[in-house]
Design a protein around this ligand. Sequence first.
Ligand SMILES: CC(C)(COP(=O)(O)OP(=O)(O)OC[C@H]1O[C@@H](n2cnc3c(N)ncnc32)[C@H](O)[C@@H]1OP(=O)(O)O)[C@@H](O)C(=O)NCCC(=O)NCCS
Length: 147
Amino acid sequence: MTVRPATGADSRAVWEWRNDPVTRAVSVTTGEVPWAGHSSWFEAVLADPSRHLLVGLCGDEPIGVVRFDGSALGAWEVSVNLAPTARGRRLAVPLLLAGRAWLGEHERVESVKALVSGSNEASLRTFRSAGYVESSTANGWTTLLLQ
Ligand SMILES: CC(C)(COP(=O)(O)OP(=O)(O)OC[C@H]1O[C@@H](n2cnc3c(N)ncnc32)[C@H](O)[C@@H]1OP(=O)(O)O)[C@@H](O)C(=O)NCCC(=O)NCCS
């Protein structure tokens, strides 16, 4: 597994993965994201130095994205979404690890936080396997921390 920063050429695939029904069901915003809204969001993310959107590659095949949003100096929030065709093969753990390594090479990292729907067992297991530890649960959402 390797990661590289997303480019404009990744926008459509990232949009399609985001609108997958399973992804929508576990997202904070569950509605379908229209292309125009996605497109401006995507451009804003790429232009924002405090956010890093990384594409995971198995060989040459893009298999998903991991995103890090900086909230304070050294404090990051992570989210991960695999291409629907890449799920069920435990690829998210190596993607999270490769993403964390990339982040450490480019930014100061004190902590990485993940917010996961408490019913999203695959995601909870993934983050635990990648070294994240549950720190709190509120309103059906679990916060996990990597320090
Ligand atoms: C969550 C996600 C990243 C996991 O990707 P993955 O690497 O393909 O994960 P797998 O399906 O291989 O499963 C990972 C673990 O969860 C378990 N699992 C999978 N589906 C499960 C389910 N429905 N119930 C319970 N456990 C489940 C697997 O057995 C595996 O456990 P183990 O490795 O501890 O034995 C991927 O499903 C995804 O992109 N989902 C949509 C977006 C999302 O949920 N993002 C996370 C929110 S931040």
